[in-house]
Ligand binder design. Structure first.
Ligand code: COA
Length: 332
């Protein structure tokens, strides 16, 4: 399957909350070290909404109560709209990818749509850390069905669902948001895509209502993540009739530098072609790909016509990949 209608990413932006949580801060919580965390994950710091980060107690949020998923999404969304020269009024559909909605009801996209004065529809999409790539494919699909402009945002407050007494995974996660505007355009952008879910793997990574927070079987997630991401990216590239040699920039989900390196190596993609912010953000789930994309695009790493490979995996277990041609927007 392939989107017949053309589209283009015409605006992008990210937002990171001010509070920096270093590995030294994490060391005040349980027995660990900066070296161990950096060696296993590549993460040196992450951000936390609701600062300040004060020595958390088990099973309670260590954080104050100000930053929300919607508030961070507003910041990223506004900036992406501004870059595209649009307002909420111009948007047909708002898609908020999040694993950490602010309320059970309504969807967090509702207050977000209000704050951004969105005139069209709005919905939340939860495919865990594969969420943004699911959202990108969905956005191109809505444009194929006639929508003109989609505002696609990934925003997460993972520090709210972190089990701060679990030393096996609490150091992995951070908060943040990233947004893109996807508009109908003359040339096709989504050249290949693949999505998947294997619910039998749910026990590998989950967080229950009322539970202590995220629980994960790290080594199994690691192994599975590398396999499904490589398989998915390969399928998307094949569908696009391209090979890894054609990829100008690989924007993987930022979960762990070792997973990113293993995937890139298996695909034959050298470091210079990989977008990486993991060292400074930790794993921000649905927000990680648009945050990394924003940094790469702002650093001039993307030119018109470049092939971008997106690939993510997450709890569920879910995975998704997309081969995207970076192109010009609609004539204004
Ligand atoms: N600090 C220091 N030592 C720690 C530790 C910590 N925070 N957490 C665990 N350890 C110890 C363990 O007790 C174990 O000690 P032992 O060998 O004496 O028994 C040792 O370190 C190795 O533990 P292990 O769980 O095998 O570590 P690992 O190499 O698998 O690394 C992860 C752990 C979580 C970093 C790694 O499994 C991982 O990155 N998994 C994928 C996670 C992920 O990306 N999830 C998100 C998906 S979207």
């Amino acid at each position: 399957m392939q989107a017949e209608h053309g589209c283009s990413i015409t605006g992008w932006a990210s937002y990171l909350p001010r509070t920096v949580v270093t590995n030294q801060d994490i060391m005040t919580l349980f027995d660990t070290s900066d070296e161990w965390i950096v060696e296993r994950t590549g993460i040196r710091q992450r951000r936390a909404a609701d600062g300040p980060f004060v020595n958390p107690k088990p099973s309670t949020s260590p954080l104050g109560g100000l930053g929300t998923t919607a508030q961070m999404a507003v910041e990223a969304g506004k900036a992406a709209l501004e870059m595209a020269g649009l307002t909420g009024n111009d948007i047909d559909l708002l898609v908020l990818c999040t694993t950490t909605p602010d309320q059970m009801v309504p969807a967090t996209s509702s207050p977000l749509a209000d704050a951004l004065s969105i005139k069209g529809g709005g919905m939340d999409l939860n495919a865990a850390c594969a969420g943004f790539t699911y959202g990108l494919v969905s956005s191109a699909g809505f444009i194929g069905a006639g929508a003109e402009r989609v505002l696609l945002i990934g925003s997460e407050t993972l520090t709210r669902i972190t089990n701060w007494s679990d030393r096996t995974n609490a150091f992995l996660f951070g908060d943040g948001a990233g947004a893109v505007v996807v508009e109908a355009a003359p040339e096709p952008a989504l050249l290949g895509w693949d999505i998947g879910v294997d619910g039998s793997l749910q026990p590998l990574f989950y967080a229950d209502y009322g539970g202590p927070g995220m629980a994960m079987r790290g080594q199994e997630v690691f192994r599975k993540a590398v396999r499904v991401t490589v398989d998915s990216a390969t399928k998307s590239l094949e569908q696009a009739k391209l090979t890894p040699a054609d990829v100008a920039l690989f924007v993987p989900h930022q979960a762990n530098i070792r997973i990113m390196d293993a995937v890139a190596e298996r695909l034959g993609l050298s470091d210079e072609r990989v977008a990486s912010v993991i060292e400074r953000t930790g794993n921000t789930s649905s927000a990680s790909i648009p945050i990394a994309l924003t940094e790469a695009a702002n650093h001039g790493r993307l030119q018109e016509g470049d092939i971008v490979l997106f690939a993510g995996f997450g709890a569920g277990m879910t995975w998704a990949s997309a081969v995207w041609r970076w192109g010009a927007g609609p004539p204004r």
